[in-house]
Design a protein around this ligand. Sequence first.
Ligand code: PLP
Length: 403
Amino acid sequence: MFDYHAFFDNNIRHLKAEGRYRVFADLARKAGSFPIAYDYDLRKDVTVWCSNDYLGMGQHPDVLRAMLEAVASYGAGAGGTRNISGNNHAVVELELELAALHGKERALLFTSGYVANEASLSTLASMLPGCVVFSDACNHASMIHGIRSSKAERRIFRHNDVAHLRELLEKEVPGTPKIIAFESVYSMDGDIAPIKEICDLAQEFGAFTYLDEVHAVGLYGPTGAGVAEREGLAHRIDIIQGTLAKAFGVMGGYIAAKEQVVDFIRSNAPGFIFTSAMCPVIAAGLLASVRHLRVSQEERRKLHARVADVKALFKQAGIPFLDAPSHIVPVMVNDAVLCKRASDRLLEEFSIYVQPINYPTVPRGTERLRVTPSPLHTDAMMGELVEAMVTVLGVGQKVREAA
Ligand code: PLP
């Protein structure tokens, strides 16, 4: 008989031996004290340096007020799927706001950014007849999962390599439906896609463009609509996908596109139809967050200034990081065991939380500590981070000795 116990046990032992067994810190964020959280394992306050609540909007007073008022007005839940329970008005309002944010006719909410990608790509690619999907080699698991489950033909182009994409497009029969799926800001290296060049190719070869702006919405562009907005290219993207769980600070995901495209996905995607809708309390908080970030430049300005400060300090201290053109600062350790050890020491000795990033999130041998500065990290916190990094990584001594 199959030994289930041994199978599960072996798997976990294997993960531990490779140094990539995931341990999550038991943290309670403190409203009003971002980026401080209480660590229940270590029984002390820690400074979080790896949150994807990039702007601290999860604790913004406007967002909290809107959610408290919504609980009082609507109660807690969504009441089920939209098929069963209809649309909560707060959800309708949020979709209108997101469509306006991206300059698109319609938006459609999902329970997460993952579900938005999986549901939209699997539906499009499985239903467009003979569809071929062109997917960037570094696309997020949610896009890969959606494309795979569609069973459509897929071609993987080398990361951000427009020449390779062209080569692959040229091999297809003209008239075949094609989707080019890519991200604007890649979350692990922090690099940015050549969006214009990809749109040019899409136009030349008659391909549909699907852009994941998960790590860009709220953060880039004059109204926080993402990199496509910043570069004046949003109108050339057929579907813009985003999350509401990172810069917008709460949770959920969405797509924004032409009315007909949204209607098609709304009407056919199991990941939309057969799951409960976003609850109105969350939608109300998000409406406040999106509205605030469409107007306010303050959070974006401070974020990018802090990122520049952290990078300058890291450079000075000899801390090895990928100097990417975004707000993500990956400190390279390149070894799973050392990366986990460095992260543990940061937490235990310096009360700094930066989780290790290991395979399969990044390729083996490129393990890293992914630092995400926010507008709310202070000068003192930055100083502590640099000192702690220098100690746990054993870097900087060389710099100091050479000086
Ligand atoms: N797309 C990318 C590029 C991501 O990095 C993530 C999550 O980290 C997602 C989609 C999924 O978004 P969510 O966390 O809202 O499910």
